[in-house]
Structures are given as C-alpha cells and as structure tokens.
Design a protein around this ligand. Sequence first.
Ligand code: GLY
Length: 410
Amino acid sequence: MFRIGRILLFVFLLSGLLATSFVSEAQKKGPLRPSEPMLKLIENNLKQACSQYKILKGRLPAGRFPKTYFIRTGRMETGEPDAWTSGFYPGTLMYLYQFSKDTSLSNEALQRMKLLEKNADRKDAYDLGFLMYNSYGNAQRLLPSPEYAALLQNSARALAADFNAKVGAIRSRETGKWQFPVTTDGLANLELLFWAARSGGDPALEKIAITHANTTLLNQFRPDYSSYDVVDYDTTNGQVVSRKTARGYADTSAWSRGQAWGLYGFTMLYRFTRDSRYLDQAVHIADFISGNPHLPVDKIPYWDFNAPPFPVPLRDASSAAIMCSALLELCGYTDPKKGQEYVAVAEQIIRSLSFDPYKALVGENGGFLLKHSVGNMPARIEVDVPETYADYYFVEAMMRYRQLGEKRSW
Ligand code: GLY
C-alpha cells in the first residue's frame, strides 16, 4: 500500500517539476505563486471531498456528528452536539459549499448546526471556539445572518466565562487531575473571542484573548520553541504548578498536535493584533516543526516528535493538516523567502495527504477524507483512524492554498 503511494507521489512530483518550468496564470497573481499542478491536484481533491462528504452525510444518524470510523469493523463513531469535535463536520461542509456552490452541502451543514445551538449557553465551555466558530463562524462568513451572529456572541461570552484573572487564562479541560489546566489547543479557540469583540461584541473579550495568549507565550514553551501539552496553574496565586502531558509521549516531549495548535494559534493572533511577538513565536514554532530532524521527508509528523523510533511511530495526519493550514496563513506575514519555504512545506503536506495511504478513495473510509490520525495515544483512544478535525483542516488548507497571492478573506 505504501509502495503504490510512493510511486504515485513520484509521478506527481515529476509532473510538478516539468509544469513549474512554465509561468502560469496563477503564478502571476503574487509573490507567493501557487503552482498550477498543485491547483489541479487541489481542485480534484475538493471535488472528491464533495462526493465523499455526501456519502458521510448519508451514513450519519440523526442528531449526531461524525467523529471517526473504524475500517476493520465498518463502524462509524459519532458524537453528541456538545463533543469538542462536533463543529468540524458542518465547518467542512461550509468550506466545500464555498468551493462548489452546491447548496445540498450548505443545507446539510446549516441543518446539522442547529443541534449545536444550545452550546452557546454552556457553563463548561471547554473548546467552544472549535465547536461554534468552526461551524457558525464559517456559516456567518459565507451566509451571514443575525441569528448566527447572536449565537457566536453568546458562545464567546460563555468561553470567556472560564477566564481566571489570577491565572490570566481560560481553563482548557475539565478533569480531576488538574487544578487549572491550560493547553495550546486553547489558542485556536481565541479566534471566536476576536471575532466577537470586532463584530460589535464586548471589547473585553479581546483583552481576555490577549491575556490568555500572553500567559501561554510565557509559560507553555521551551527554549527550543516546542510546547508542553498542559500547564497547570494554582488559582490562588496564578503560579505554575506543573508542566505535564495528557496526550503526548512524555511530559518533556513535543506532542505533534500540540505543536500544530501553537503554530495555528500564534499565526491567527498575529492576524488580529499585528503584535510582532506573536509573529516571532509563530515563526519559531514553524521552524521547530519544519527543521525538526524527526519530521519525515513527506512532512507528515509522527504523533509525537519525540516518540521512540522503534517500533516506527504512527503518523498523525491531523497534525499535518493543521500545520499545513497555519503555514499557508503564516507565509503571507513573513518575508517572501521565508514565506516560500513555508509554502514548500505546505505543498509537500498537501501532496502527501492527497495520495495513498492518507487520502481515502471516494466510497471508502466511511465517508471521511483522510486516514491515519492519532487522537489520544496514551489513552488508546482513536489511534490510527480518520478524524473529523483532520478533514476540516485539510480542506481549509486547500482553500487557503487556492487564495495564495490574492487578497485573503479569512
Ligand atoms: N482539543 C483539541 C485537541 O485535542 O487537539
């Protein structure tokens, strides 16, 4: 299976090399130059994704959201509307609607999203950005409505209610083990707060987002710009209690999805604030990832950068997809040379994810686009499976690539 994938990849790389010797229309658009073969590949991927998501829609029980699929048993695992992953399916459908203008995709997204409404008033608002912004945020961007705007404003207030001023951060997860845990995932959730503050909401939401980002910047990163998975705080004095892992190989290791969230988060923070500290941090994280000796040549990371080499660790397509999408935003903020380097890594990720063993054929994989992600290795939950969030960031990355060299709208 891997051998066929490698042959296809070689043929594709060769055709890419030949094609780039001509200056295409796309290349004239701007300094970041999307390549014509990549655009063709992406066009094909997105067309297939529309077909594949119709299959997923057909298999999905009422009232549920896709989480993952087990190839051996043919069982799809679905989530309740309050699962942190439930915003990704409607969000992916909205991107595919943006691509295809196929209203059967947006209708399904909007229909399914209604089930998420009650999250806007939740008290335990962990990951509400993923849940509400990736769904309703995309709906509001493409088909704006006062109803979606109100839901997003309520969701932002609910997320901000978990902010602790002593710690200077929003609580990340609820378990008995921690006093006040903060993870790098929390950075991606902040986009909801910026959107709300900049769309007529309370300006304090933005201050909370910035405070959370600064606390994460101060305490979550190591000198090499890798990050700890969880930093636990003492709520009486705001001091760090411990730096641990919940989902990585070790407390001191670089859990791949955590690194991806850090990159995605600080890139997005720079978009809203133009604060050079955030840009510097994003660049450092990008360089940690792309220059890492443990990053395989196809640029799909192992599930943890420090996972022991034997047996060969599993890859995590979800981390690759998140990194790819982030790099395709970051490339527009750095000098063109650096930007080109990031585009080259992102292109490699898209190429790798576009073929076997990662991308499923239409009709396979229960309707999910990508295979081979790792949800939570230490807990042995969702190991080497499709993940709804891997599909979301893969599609987002491809949509971003199509906008390279153009005025971008995200
Ligand atoms: N909650 C985000 C993640 O698990 O990656």
